[in-house]
Design a protein around this ligand. Structure first.
Ligand code: PAF
Length: 284
């Protein structure tokens, strides 16, 4: 072990962060739900480069899970997570209880409209309210100078940026690029749900993105034809069921019909019971 500090309460975090801030330190926050992988650790590593002190939070936020979703089975690897964060050089792990984040009487919800109705929002009603609310709470507790989120969750990133701007939270939002397995599958804590055959077939997502990028490089600009080619590649993976596939503006998340500026190709695909999301920015 190096010297990571493990804290469980808001009061403890406030005290530590106040000391850091008084010493003129720049504070970085990496919010996570644990089951840490290389994607999270790359955010920690960027955070260490950008901030003097880095707090990672692990909190499996009940408010962002719908009924019938995987809240009760969400992977939990606390001991490994603590070790990985210590090795990565994070200074503090904030691991609060549900009551610490949502004390008795809690009654606030943050809703970002316009960005939360389509893509994942259409299939996970209330999910982004849960995400925005918990991030607002974590920002209020830590008051970080910078917070770090992965580009894999592109809609989440857009929602958090909007919230931070609209509420003048004074937090700089830094996006870290998606980290992929050697076969192209985007790293995600939920990949651990895949059985070996589903895992093998899930590489179809990134193959389909390569096909989309290839088409765009050849001059294709029509969203329907680009998405059609993606569906065709994913169709070769018999265990895959596409939930949504859409080309959207990266900031507004509005549907794009013709690729005239960089656009986000966003997808959610089921492999068996496991829902994976991924995206790529296509540049004309
Ligand atoms: O991306 C996640 O892990 C979660 O949505 C986040 C940002 C930690 C909020 O619970």
């Amino acid at each position: 072990m190096n010297d990571i500090t493990l804290l469980r309460t808001v009061e403890q975090v406030r005290k530590l962060v106040d000391r850091w801030r008084t010493a003129g330190m720049r504070i970085g926050l990496v919010p996570t739900m644990g089951a840490l992988h290389q994607g999270h650790l790359s955010l920690v590593s960027i955070a260490i480069g950008e901030a003097d002190r880095v707090i990672v939070s692990i909190f499996v936020n009940p408010a962002q899970f719908g009924s019938g979703e995987d809240l009760s089975s969400y992977p939990s690897t606390f001991d490994e997570d603590l070790m990985k964060l210590d090795e990565a050089g994070a200074h503090c792990l904030f691991f609060p209880s549900v009551d610490e984040i949502y004390p008795f009487g809690f009654s606030t919800s943050v809703h970002v409209s316009g960005l939360t109705e389509n893509l994942c929002g259409k299939y996970r009603p209330g999910h982004f309210d849960g995400v925005a609310t918990v991030c607002a709470i974590l920002f209020g507790i830590v008051r970080p100078d910078i917070a770090f989120f992965g580009e894999k969750d592109a809609q989440q990133l857009a929602v958090i940026r909007r919230m931070v701007d609209d509420l003048n939270l004074g937090v700089l939002v830094h996006a870290g690029e998606t980290i992929r397995e050697p076969d192209g599958l985007a790293m995600s804590s939920r990949n651990s749900y895949l059985n070996p055959e589903e895992r093998k077939q899930s590489a179809a997502i990134s193959r389909s993105f390569s096909r989309a990028a290839e088409l765009v490089a050849e001059g294709e600009r029509n969203a329907g034809r680009i998405c059609g080619a993606v569906r065709e590649v994913i169709g070769n993976a018999p265990l895959a069921t596409i939930q949504y596939l859409e080309l959207v503006d990266p900031d507004t998340l509005k549907h794009v019909e013709k690729l005239k500026a960089p656009a986000l190709l966003a997808i959610a695909v089921y492999f068996g019971h496991t829902r994976l999301i991924d995206n790529i920015v296509l540049k004309p």
